[in-house]
Design a protein. Structure first.
Length: 228
Protein backbone atom coordinates (compact mmCIF):
# COMPACT_ATOMS: atom_id res chain seq x y z
CA UNK A 1 0.00 0.00 0.00
CA UNK A 2 1.51 3.36 -1.15
CA UNK A 3 4.77 1.48 -1.73
CA UNK A 4 5.50 1.13 1.98
CA UNK A 5 7.53 -1.78 3.28
CA UNK A 6 7.39 -2.13 7.05
CA UNK A 7 9.13 -5.50 7.16
CA UNK A 8 12.59 -3.96 7.33
CA UNK A 9 12.08 -3.07 10.99
CA UNK A 10 12.76 -6.36 12.80
CA UNK A 11 14.10 -7.04 16.27
CA UNK A 12 17.72 -6.78 15.13
CA UNK A 13 17.11 -3.28 13.77
CA UNK A 14 15.17 -2.27 16.90
CA UNK A 15 17.86 -3.53 19.27
CA UNK A 16 20.64 -1.94 17.24
CA UNK A 17 19.14 1.50 16.56
CA UNK A 18 15.89 2.15 18.41
CA UNK A 19 16.21 0.68 21.91
CA UNK A 20 19.14 2.89 22.91
CA UNK A 21 17.28 5.98 21.73
CA UNK A 22 14.14 4.92 23.57
CA UNK A 23 16.12 4.37 26.78
CA UNK A 24 17.65 7.85 26.54
CA UNK A 25 14.21 9.42 25.98
CA UNK A 26 12.89 7.63 29.07
CA UNK A 27 15.92 8.69 31.14
CA UNK A 28 15.57 12.28 29.96
CA UNK A 29 11.87 12.28 30.84
CA UNK A 30 12.34 10.84 34.34
CA UNK A 31 15.32 12.98 35.31
CA UNK A 32 13.76 16.14 33.88
CA UNK A 33 10.48 15.47 35.69
CA UNK A 34 12.17 14.94 39.06
CA UNK A 35 14.53 17.88 38.64
CA UNK A 36 11.81 20.09 37.15
CA UNK A 37 9.37 19.38 39.99
CA UNK A 38 12.03 20.09 42.63
CA UNK A 39 13.17 23.34 41.02
CA UNK A 40 9.60 24.25 40.12
CA UNK A 41 8.48 23.82 43.73
CA UNK A 42 11.23 26.16 44.88
CA UNK A 43 10.20 28.72 42.25
CA UNK A 44 6.54 28.41 43.29
CA UNK A 45 7.42 29.01 46.95
CA UNK A 46 9.53 32.00 45.96
CA UNK A 47 6.61 33.52 44.02
CA UNK A 48 4.22 32.91 46.91
CA UNK A 49 6.60 34.20 49.58
CA UNK A 50 5.38 37.80 49.25
CA UNK A 51 8.98 39.05 49.32
CA UNK A 52 9.94 41.02 46.19
CA UNK A 53 13.57 39.91 46.49
CA UNK A 54 12.41 36.31 45.91
CA UNK A 55 9.20 36.78 43.95
CA UNK A 56 10.51 39.09 41.22
CA UNK A 57 13.43 36.89 40.03
CA UNK A 58 11.23 33.78 40.15
CA UNK A 59 8.47 35.50 38.17
CA UNK A 60 10.98 36.76 35.59
CA UNK A 61 12.46 33.26 35.23
CA UNK A 62 9.10 31.50 34.87
CA UNK A 63 7.61 34.00 32.43
CA UNK A 64 10.83 34.17 30.46
CA UNK A 65 11.11 30.41 30.01
CA UNK A 66 7.44 30.06 29.11
CA UNK A 67 7.73 32.77 26.45
CA UNK A 68 10.39 31.16 24.24
CA UNK A 69 10.28 27.94 22.16
CA UNK A 70 11.87 24.89 23.74
CA UNK A 71 14.09 24.21 20.73
CA UNK A 72 15.59 27.69 21.14
CA UNK A 73 16.41 26.99 24.78
CA UNK A 74 17.98 23.67 23.77
CA UNK A 75 20.25 25.50 21.33
CA UNK A 76 21.09 28.16 23.95
CA UNK A 77 22.30 25.61 26.47
CA UNK A 78 24.19 23.61 23.87
CA UNK A 79 25.93 26.56 22.21
CA UNK A 80 26.39 29.03 25.06
CA UNK A 81 27.34 26.82 28.01
CA UNK A 82 31.16 26.53 28.01
CA UNK A 83 32.32 23.13 26.85
CA UNK A 84 34.86 22.77 29.65
CA UNK A 85 32.04 22.51 32.19
CA UNK A 86 31.03 19.16 30.70
CA UNK A 87 34.57 17.82 31.13
CA UNK A 88 33.87 17.39 34.85
CA UNK A 89 31.05 14.93 34.05
CA UNK A 90 31.67 11.26 33.15
CA UNK A 91 32.75 11.16 29.51
CA UNK A 92 31.35 14.67 29.21
CA UNK A 93 33.33 15.61 26.12
CA UNK A 94 31.73 12.80 24.09
CA UNK A 95 28.23 13.27 25.52
CA UNK A 96 27.90 17.02 25.55
CA UNK A 97 24.60 16.90 23.65
CA UNK A 98 23.05 14.47 26.13
CA UNK A 99 24.17 16.40 29.23
CA UNK A 100 23.03 19.64 27.62
CA UNK A 101 19.60 18.08 27.01
CA UNK A 102 19.27 17.12 30.68
CA UNK A 103 20.14 20.63 31.84
CA UNK A 104 17.83 22.24 29.30
CA UNK A 105 14.78 20.16 30.09
CA UNK A 106 15.17 20.53 33.85
CA UNK A 107 15.50 24.31 33.56
CA UNK A 108 12.70 24.65 30.99
CA UNK A 109 10.18 22.28 32.55
CA UNK A 110 10.71 23.81 35.99
CA UNK A 111 8.86 26.90 34.74
CA UNK A 112 5.79 24.84 33.84
CA UNK A 113 5.93 22.66 36.95
CA UNK A 114 6.25 25.85 38.99
CA UNK A 115 2.89 27.12 37.74
CA UNK A 116 1.29 23.73 38.42
CA UNK A 117 2.67 23.66 41.97
CA UNK A 118 1.68 27.27 42.61
CA UNK A 119 -1.89 26.46 41.63
CA UNK A 120 -1.79 23.37 43.83
CA UNK A 121 -0.53 25.29 46.84
CA UNK A 122 -3.14 28.00 46.38
CA UNK A 123 -5.87 25.33 46.19
CA UNK A 124 -5.25 24.34 49.82
CA UNK A 125 -7.75 25.93 52.19
CA UNK A 126 -6.23 28.75 54.22
CA UNK A 127 -7.84 27.29 57.32
CA UNK A 128 -5.38 24.40 57.24
CA UNK A 129 -2.47 26.81 57.02
CA UNK A 130 -3.82 28.78 59.95
CA UNK A 131 -4.32 25.55 61.91
CA UNK A 132 -0.68 24.66 61.40
CA UNK A 133 0.38 28.10 62.55
CA UNK A 134 -1.83 27.73 65.62
CA UNK A 135 0.02 24.53 66.48
CA UNK A 136 3.28 26.46 66.47
CA UNK A 137 4.61 25.28 63.11
CA UNK A 138 7.10 27.43 61.28
CA UNK A 139 6.52 28.44 57.65
CA UNK A 140 8.83 25.66 56.46
CA UNK A 141 7.18 23.01 58.63
CA UNK A 142 3.73 24.12 57.54
CA UNK A 143 4.67 23.84 53.89
CA UNK A 144 6.50 20.52 54.26
CA UNK A 145 3.99 18.74 56.51
CA UNK A 146 0.62 20.28 55.65
CA UNK A 147 0.52 22.17 52.37
CA UNK A 148 2.91 20.45 49.94
CA UNK A 149 1.69 16.86 50.48
CA UNK A 150 -1.89 17.93 49.70
CA UNK A 151 -0.76 20.11 46.80
CA UNK A 152 1.14 17.21 45.22
CA UNK A 153 -1.92 15.02 45.54
CA UNK A 154 -4.22 17.62 44.03
CA UNK A 155 -1.87 18.31 41.13
CA UNK A 156 -0.71 14.73 40.50
CA UNK A 157 -2.82 14.20 37.34
CA UNK A 158 -1.68 17.55 35.93
CA UNK A 159 1.95 16.78 36.79
CA UNK A 160 1.72 13.42 35.02
CA UNK A 161 0.07 15.03 31.99
CA UNK A 162 2.92 17.52 31.79
CA UNK A 163 5.34 14.60 32.01
CA UNK A 164 3.70 13.01 28.97
CA UNK A 165 4.11 16.28 27.08
CA UNK A 166 7.72 16.33 28.22
CA UNK A 167 8.26 12.86 26.74
CA UNK A 168 6.90 14.08 23.41
CA UNK A 169 9.16 17.13 23.55
CA UNK A 170 12.27 14.97 23.97
CA UNK A 171 12.17 14.48 20.19
CA UNK A 172 13.41 18.08 19.87
CA UNK A 173 16.92 17.10 21.01
CA UNK A 174 17.54 16.19 17.37
CA UNK A 175 18.54 19.86 17.03
CA UNK A 176 21.77 19.20 18.94
CA UNK A 177 22.40 15.66 17.73
CA UNK A 178 21.41 13.76 20.87
CA UNK A 179 20.42 10.13 20.23
CA UNK A 180 16.80 9.82 21.32
CA UNK A 181 13.90 7.61 20.22
CA UNK A 182 13.15 9.63 17.07
CA UNK A 183 16.84 9.72 16.17
CA UNK A 184 16.96 5.93 16.40
CA UNK A 185 14.10 5.54 13.93
CA UNK A 186 15.60 8.20 11.67
CA UNK A 187 19.00 6.48 11.63
CA UNK A 188 17.45 3.09 10.85
CA UNK A 189 15.37 4.62 8.06
CA UNK A 190 18.39 6.26 6.45
CA UNK A 191 20.58 3.17 6.62
CA UNK A 192 17.96 0.85 5.15
CA UNK A 193 16.61 3.42 2.69
CA UNK A 194 13.14 3.49 4.28
CA UNK A 195 12.75 6.97 5.83
CA UNK A 196 8.98 7.15 5.23
CA UNK A 197 8.36 3.84 7.00
CA UNK A 198 10.69 4.80 9.83
CA UNK A 199 8.89 8.09 10.51
CA UNK A 200 5.51 6.37 10.28
CA UNK A 201 6.52 3.72 12.80
CA UNK A 202 8.00 6.38 15.08
CA UNK A 203 4.67 8.22 15.04
CA UNK A 204 2.84 4.99 15.91
CA UNK A 205 5.17 4.31 18.83
CA UNK A 206 4.78 7.84 20.20
CA UNK A 207 1.00 7.63 19.80
CA UNK A 208 0.69 4.25 21.54
CA UNK A 209 2.93 5.25 24.44
CA UNK A 210 1.39 8.68 25.02
CA UNK A 211 -2.21 7.51 24.56
CA UNK A 212 -1.68 4.64 27.01
CA UNK A 213 -0.12 6.94 29.58
CA UNK A 214 -2.90 9.50 29.11
CA UNK A 215 -5.51 6.80 29.68
CA UNK A 216 -3.71 5.71 32.86
CA UNK A 217 -3.66 9.31 34.09
CA UNK A 218 -7.42 9.63 33.49
CA UNK A 219 -8.03 6.47 35.51
CA UNK A 220 -5.84 7.79 38.30
CA UNK A 221 -7.68 11.11 38.28
CA UNK A 222 -11.01 9.31 38.67
CA UNK A 223 -9.71 7.29 41.61
CA UNK A 224 -8.38 10.37 43.36
CA UNK A 225 -11.68 12.19 42.74
CA UNK A 226 -13.63 9.29 44.23
CA UNK A 227 -11.46 9.19 47.34
CA UNK A 228 -12.13 12.86 47.94
Amino acid sequence: MFGLDLTFLNWDVLSKFVINGFWFSVQLTIVSTIGGVMLGTVLALMRLSGRPLLAVPATFYVNGMRSVPLVMVILWFFLLVPGWLYSYLPDGENHRAEYSAFLTFIAFEAAYFSEIMRAGIQSIARGQVHAGQALGMTYGQNMRLVVLPQAFRNMLPVLLTQTIILFQDTSLVYAIGAYDLLKGFTTAGKIYGRPEEAYLLAAVVYFVLCYSLSYAVKRLHKRIAIVR
